[in-house]
Design a protein around this ligand. Sequence first.
Ligand code: SF4
Length: 312
Amino acid sequence: MEQLPYNDYGSTMRRKLGGRVQKLSIDAGFSCPNRDGKVGYNGCTFCLGEAFSPSYCREASTITQQIERALRFHSARDRRADYYLAYFQSNTNTYADVEHLEKLYFEALSHPAISGIIIGTRPDCITSDILQLLEHIAQSKYVAVEYGIESVYDATLSHVNRGHDFSAAINAVTQTKATGIDVGAHFILGFPNETTADIINGIHQINALGIDFIKFHQLQIYRNTPLEREWREHPERFMFSHDFDAETYATLLVDIIRRLDPRIAIERLASQAPRNLIAHSPLGGIRPHELREMVIAKMTGQNLRQGDLCAF
Ligand code: SF4
């Protein structure tokens, strides 16, 4: 097996569950409190909901049907796994009363191919009742919660109309970790007014959260979003505006990984949405797996490791 210079999510999950793991994305029909008025009406400025769901979610209705379609989708691409996890991905997957959540989660768990669930949500949408439910499920199945934290800077979170601050993320992660459930976090690199130095300086706050796995995404500017308008009107606010390409992004990732706690498994370094939805992506035509190879080559070529600059 390839020896990676960083703690890779796939290998970590293989060690945890004892075999190859594949997540199956589920769109369980949740809404978002940052769109329905509970937190806000306009959503995060970067958000384009349809970009988050694979086609097999959009074309099916029930959770069971989506799992069946996802299994066929991965099987057709020869992506066989020993363990399949239902990944409640679209929108805010804890945004309902706990009885309704229980019904949805157990529908997924009742499928014979499913070994556990991963719940994607916002840090301000977790309660002790929901954590109790997840803790109960975790007694017999794998459970993880993945929080969209996006930035450690309150000014950024406010600027992109996220509707919560970084302290909400600290509270959510702390409460979830207290149950023993694995916690993941999602961060976006390249928000308006954030510099590469800001991103690097924020890594120690990410390390302090105590998360188990992490996803980094480059800021992709989706068409017809408030962010696209800002991008056109104020390009100077974006680090990706000038002289920033896949090579520069790969170098930034290396700088981040070298400061990242080696106990945090890295699940993703970049994302790729359908081209027709994107007004701009700093990666140009480079695909995430090519970007990953660039990062690995840079690190192995210079004998660099995850956390080798960690200030512990
Ligand atoms: S990114 Fe998530 S929290 Fe923000 S508007 Fe979209 S679905 Fe809601």
